[in-house]
Design a protein around this ligand. Structure first.
Ligand code: ADP
Ligand code: MG
Ligand code: MG
Length: 891
């Protein structure tokens, strides 16, 4: 775009420009506007990055704009970039619209050269050690991120230097050691790149900026985006920030902090501080940090100022903020803030706290939590009643209870998990290269780093259980040791992400307190209070009703405790299994009408008893019963098994007429594509009396309960209808029976259909003439809409489709709005046009998927139905969908 502005000074931006300036840039600008101490700097937009990535070079005008802003920065600071006498140094930092912690690149100390390192030392009052330490950091970061020099080569050289000196950490290296290390680093750099470390400061800056642009497409960033469902084409902004120095001695340092505990949500000051260090040292867990509170003793003035700023930021963003700061010789500088990531429990607690503090209203609280987080809180916890003895303890960084085989590399984690094993990834510390292993693992255990370490941040973001900083662990390539006890690769361990405890073996689990609360137990906890507050608001706000898919009285009763307002789908086929299979076989094999009627008559009381249980559990609420759906051969023994039995019998000369008759029937009924064969309404039309028996069982059960003074509300649902004629014929048959059975009982029965064949959706106007309700069977509608056989495609090629981006998520998991969703829209509109009081619901698995619930709200359905455990999730998301500006994503 001609004349597009690509560069913004921090004084020009603000927090609402995240898409353009990235989160880091927008918030640096916001802090500048608030008058907080932020070093001067500017941001190159994401749109410049997009242009660079599509053409491989900077867009026209960008370089000149950068030169202009650099000149202004130099003027403001009274220093020139890389000036040998008195150099200005800058950091070149990535920052996308969505936070991707540690995924992309940052280079500090840009502008240092063989010449300016001398000037830097002089300006620092002759602090040679500081200058050479900064220079070696530049070569290391620049080499690694800009020129792909293997990071270990640098860290090995550092380790060697420490060892030669007998030093335990980098602080024990003096100026001469660091100067020698710089030579070593330059040598490593030249060896890998084939050229010398660049001595032109502006060239360093240009290369670093381009590297940040390119880091958007680094493998780990691509993987992280896929995992977090962040679009691939946004690009990253680049921030150029005047350096301030935390490595200038004991009165300097660097830290990270949260305004509330991101793991529990508790109010307070949470953070880590590291004296005489540069920023990335804290996050990388290289030295042991000290708790932020200890800064009070060290530098009370900066500490007080920091607390004031944190309070101000929290008030301004009205949310938990995380911050990065540096103290340079007693002067505090703010280097980053953002609304912080948090665990599911913290999200609920913080939202409820902020409501109590009057900072946000209930709508906003509802917006800030998500169904995915609620689902996480419903996971089981460790049952500690057997008093298992913990092997060691680290920091509970991301809650959950995880057991699995210990593995010591990301590759091994991915390999074993791929083979279906539960694994716990154990690492000294994690880095972005471990991401694939972290995704594959049930939990992550590290020996180093705090709540802000890479492992902790990434695990929380993914909802993985994580214990970090278990510093008693001595980790080797295939085992770890604590206090003389060794755990080898493949041995099972358990980690508790709340308490930080680590156990040998598998610890049994118990239900979470949130589930106990949903079950109706008295639970005294701040988390349950928060969940209660927010769920109550969701219930008061939502327009969609939430029903459950349940086939038994027990499931129905549990779902009702979880808030289900009826049954949206009772599958009747399970009622034909178990010891009833023999009756079904008799039905299928019946050769005469009377044999068939006998079989049906034997099934009737059994079915009726099932429905009595169900209606009782859902007294007063609607219960949708689907007439039998799957193909009948599913109820017969397998073809192979029978064929073998018959062959063996023949071989032995034995009489086996029963199996032979069965084999004949199975052969007769064999279908190439059973999902598209004789099932659903087609069965009802082909096997006389089958649907009639079910309808009789349903209505008789209802009448029986009405006689007890209960209020059963049956809804009979016909599956797999594609043409109105099918429904009309079944309806006529049903109505006769209903009229006969319910006469005088006061029971009302609705008759409706599933919409799961595309033709039904497209002729919904006709079908509505014969239906009291539609229930979208989104599993079949997706299968038939896409022409996918679910059981075949998911293993065979979906991974490839996801990789190619043909879809971002499986259409069986989240509704395909454009295609299958369009069928639903058409059916809803055309059905309602004919019959305005047509009840509309959905009973596929999508009914419990957050994204999909928002879609069903938008198209105006009356209810969603999902499995009992998803009912609270659907209630919450239905509430979120109903508030304006709601978004299924709480990021
Ligand atoms: P990330 O996105 O991985 O957090 P950042 O761009 O925030 O990367 O940089 C990492 C660390 O480098 C920051 O925490 C900060 O402490 C330090 N840092 C970045 N820019 C500067 C600067 N101009 N002066 C001093 N330290 C800086
Ligand atoms: Mg940062
Ligand atoms: Mg179906």
């Amino acid at each position: 775009m001609a004349g597009e502005k690509y560069v913004y000074d921090f004084s020009e931006g603000h927090r609402d420009l995240k898409d353009l300036l990235g989160g880091k840039g927008a918030n640096l600008a916001e802090m500048t506007r608030l008058g907080l101490p932020v070093p001067a700097g500017f941001t190159v937009t994401t749109s410049a990055c997009q242009a660079y990535l599509s053409t491989g070079r900077n867009p026209d005008g960008l370089d000149a704009e950068i030169d202009g802003h650099l000149a202004a920065l130099e003027a403001a600071m009274g220093r020139r970039l890389g000036d040998p006498e008195d150099p200005l140094l800058v950091s070149v930092r990535s920052g996308a619209a969505f936070s991707m912690p540690g995924m992309m690149e940052t280079v500090l100390n840009v502008g240092l050269t063989d010449a300016s390192v001398v000037g830097l030392a002089a300006q620092a009052g002759g602090d040679d050690r500081f200058a050479w330490d900064s220079y070696r950091r530049l070569i290391q970061m620049f080499g690694k991120t800009v020129c792909d020099v293997p990071g270990e080569d640098f860290s090995d050289a550092l380790e060697e230097a420490k060892k030669a000196k007998g030093a335990t950490d980098d602080l024990h290296l003096d100026a001469a050691d660091l100067r020698a290390l710089v030579d070593r680093y330059k040598h490593i750099f030249a060896k890998h790149t084939g050229y010398e470390f660049p001595q032109d400061p502006r060239e360093q800056m240009r290369l670093a900026m381009e590297a940040v642009f390119r880091s958007w497409n680094a493998e780990r960033a691509v993987l992280y985006r896929r995992q977090e469902r962040i679009p691939a084409d946004l690009g990253t902004a680049v921030n150029v920030v005047a350096m301030v120095f935390g490595n200038l001695g004991a009165d300097s340092g660097t830290g990270v902090a949260f305004t509330r505990d991101p793991a529990s949500g508790a109010q307070g000051i949470y953070g880590d501080y590291l004296a005489n260090a540069q920023g990335e040292d804290v996050v990388a867990g290289i030295r042991n940090t000290m708790p932020l509170e200890d800064l009070q003793g060290l530098d009370p003035r900066s500490y007080e100022e920091l607390l004031g700023i944190m309070a101000k930021l929290e008030g301004h963003y009205r949310d938990l903020c995380d911050i990065e700061f540096t103290i340079e010789r007693g002067k505090l500088w703010m280097l980053q803030t953002r609304v912080g990531k948090r665990t599911a429990a913290a999200a609920f607690r913080i939202a409820a706290q902020l409501v109590n503090e009057g900072m946000i209203n209930l709508d906003e609280a509802l917006r800030r939590v998500s169904g995915a987080q609620l689902a996480q809180l419903m996971f089981p916890r460790f049952d500690l009643s057997g008093d298992p003895v913990a092997l060691t303890r680290g920091i509970g960084a991301s809650p959950g209870a995880a057991s699995g085989k210990a593995v010591f590399s990301a590759e091994r984690a991915a390999e074993l998990a791929g083979a279906g094993e539960d694994v716990i990834l154990v690492r000294r510390e994690t880095n972005p290269e471990d991401l694939a292993g972290m995704i594959a693992a049930r939990g992550i255990l590290t020996a180093r780093g705090g709540k802000t370490s890479h492992a902790a941040v990434v695990a929380r973001g993914m909802g993985r259980t994580c214990v970090c900083g278990a510093d008693q662990l001595e980790i080797a390539a295939d085992r770890f040791t604590v206090d003389g006890c060794t755990v080898n690769e493949g041995e099972v361990i358990s980690i508790d992400g709340t308490t930080g405890r680590v156990y040998v073996g598998a610890v049994p689990v118990r239900p979470s307190e949130v589930v106990q609360y949903f079950e109706g137990d008295e639970v005294d906890s701040t988390l349950v209070e928060a969940v209660h507050t927010i769920m109550s608001h969701a219930d008061a706000t939502r327009r969609l009703a939430v029903r459950t898919n349940a086939d038994t009285g027990d499931d129905a009763a549990r779902a009702r405790r979880f808030g289900a307002e009826g049954i949206g789908l009772c599958r009747t086929e399970h009622m034909f299994l178990g010891d009833r299979k023999e009756l079904v076989e008799r039905l299928i094999l019946a050769v005469s009408e009377s044999a068939r009627n006998d079989a049906l008559a034997a099934l009737l009381p059994l079915q009726r008893a099932d429905f009595v249980d169900l209606f009782r559990a859902m007294d007063g609420l609607p219960v949708t019963v689907r007439l039998i759906d799957p193909p009948l051969h599913e109820f017969l023994p397998s073809l192979e098994e029978l064929a073998v039995n018959v062959a063996v019998a023949r071989e032995r000369g034995e009489e086996h007429s029963e199996d032979e008759r069965l084999l004949d029937a199975v052969r007769r009924m064999h279908e190439q594509n059973p999902m598209l064969g004789l099932r659903g309404v087609r069965l009802g039309l082909v096997i006389p009396g089958l649907f009639a028996m079910q309808v009789r069982a349903i209505t008789e059960a209802a009448v029986q309960l009405a006689g007890e003074g209960l209020n059963p509300r049956p809804e009979i649902m016909v599956p797999l209808v594609g043409a109105v004629q099918e429904l009309e014929m079944v309806r006529q048959e049903c109505e006769q029976i209903v009229a006969e059975v319910v006469a005088g009982s006061g029971v009302q029965v609705l008759i409706g259909t599933m919409i799961e064949v595309p033709r039904a959706a497209l002729t919904a106007g006709q079908i509505a003439e014969a239906a009291d309700f539609f229930s979208f069977g989104t599993n079949d509608l997706t299968q038939m809409g896409w022409g996918f056989s679910r059981d075949d495609v998911e293993g065979a090629f979906f991974w490839r489709y996801l990789e190619l981006g043909i879809f971002g998520i499986s259409p069986f998991e989240s509704i395909d709005r454009d295609g299958v969703g369009r069928l639903i829209r058409i059916a809803a509109e055309e059905g309602r046009a004919v019959r305005p009081d047509l009840k509309l619901g959905v009973c596929g698995e999508h009914g419990g998927d957050p994204e999909s619930v928002h879609f069903f709200h938008e198209v105006g359905l009356d209810y969603v139905s999902c499995s009992p455990f998803r009912v609270p999730v659907a209630r919450l998301e239905a509430g979120r969908a109903a508030i304006t500006g709601g978004d299924s994503d709480s990021r």
